[in-house]
Ligand binder design. Structure first.
Ligand code: SAM
Length: 298
């Protein structure tokens, strides 16, 4: 299945809860409002994923809020794993509960884990997230023996960019990939205070790379392998028509709306109401795909 711009649909990013045990000051919260009665059950998630496979979805990314605060997280993974067409299930977590869950997640069939970590400094971590870094580091170290390689999501900001070298060393130590993410925020005051362009950062990494490869199926993403074998990727959606042109992802918000575009909240398609009314869901996927258009065009 392709959208009006010739882009295939391959993956679905599912926010399974809006709730979180951290409070990152920059969090862009997927979706617009939240009604707890609309949090999807494992059965509902399974049904939606089954329908999504008819449109080409083969990869699922579980996110939130914090997905590991859902008590039924293992059930959710198992249900998705049972869907024959799904080839990969990944999860993005803040890592605070990873130590408790990583073995069960592995057994349930989870394939990949991304852990968000913007600093290795205890005080700065507290300032950014309101939480304690110790659990995250412990969880990461243990889980990285079971999930190889773990990806670390490093949100680049003025306040943490000087830690890049330390993050690269940490990735070397635990065998992780470093994913450097561009800061997105509409609030101008916050943006001016924290945003940095990744142009220079990527240029420097490029110069140090012994190998560069392109991942066409992942937003045409570039992967840099450094001299010490650490792998670095960039996620740079802003003003990036390449990112949009190679987007193959649909999103499902924590309150049951299909979301055609990362950067918009004004064209969501309610799928939970029809699901709870026992309606056929295919036409809602078709509507979502019809609404897809590149946010940044050439
Ligand atoms: N709680 C999970 C976690 O921490 O990974 C999943 C949800 S979190 C919203 C998913 C990712 O979104 C994190 O890697 C975080 O860094 C990123 N993110 C949150 N706010 C962002 C912003 N303003 N700009 C860019 N990325 C952001």
């Amino acid at each position: 299945m392709r959208d009006r711009f010739g882009r295939e649909i391959r993956s679905l990013r599912i926010s399974i809860t809006k709730r979180c045990n951290l409070n990152c000051f920059y969090c862009h919260n997927e979706g617009q409002f939240f009604d707890n009665n609309r949090e999807l059950t494992p059965e509902e998630i399974e049904k939606i994923v089954r329908v999504s496979t008819k449109f080409g979805v083969r990869k699922i990314k579980i996110t939130g809020g914090e997905p590991l605060i859902r008590k039924d997280i293992i059930k959710i993974i198992k249900r998705i794993k049972n869907i024959r067409e799904i080839k990969e299930i990944a999860l993005t977590t803040n890592g605070t509960l990873l130590k408790k869950y990583f073995k069960q997640l592995k057994i349930a069939g989870l394939d990949r884990i991304n852990v968000s970590l913007d600093t290795l400094n205890k005080k700065k971590y507290k300032m950014i997230t309101g939480g304690n870094i110790e659990n995250v580091i412990e969880g990461l170290k243990e889980a990285s023996k079971y999930f190889y390689p773990i990806k670390i999501n490093f949100l680049a900001m003025k306040i943490n960019i000087e830690e890049l070298e330390d993050m690269l060393n940490f990735c070397k130590e635990i065998g992780a990939i470093l994913q450097i993410i561009e800061f997105l925020l509409k609030d101008k005051l916050i943006k001016d205070k924290y945003y940095i362009s990744l142009d220079n950062v990527e240029e420097k990494i490029k110069k140090r790379a012994k190998k560069i490869s392109y991942r066409r199926k992942m937003h045409n993403r570039v992967r840099y392998i450094l001299e010490n074998d650490v792998e670095v990727e960039f996620v740079r959606p802003m003003d990036n028509s390449e990112f949009c042109m190679h987007c193959t992802r649909l999103r499902l918000t924590a309150d049951g709306y299909l979301k055609p575009c990362l950067l918009r909240n004004d064209n969501l398609v309610d799928i939970l109401t029809p699901l709870r009314n026992g309606e056929d869901l295919e036409k809602y996927f078709l509507e979502c795909i019809k609404r897809r258009e590149p946010y940044f065009k050439k």
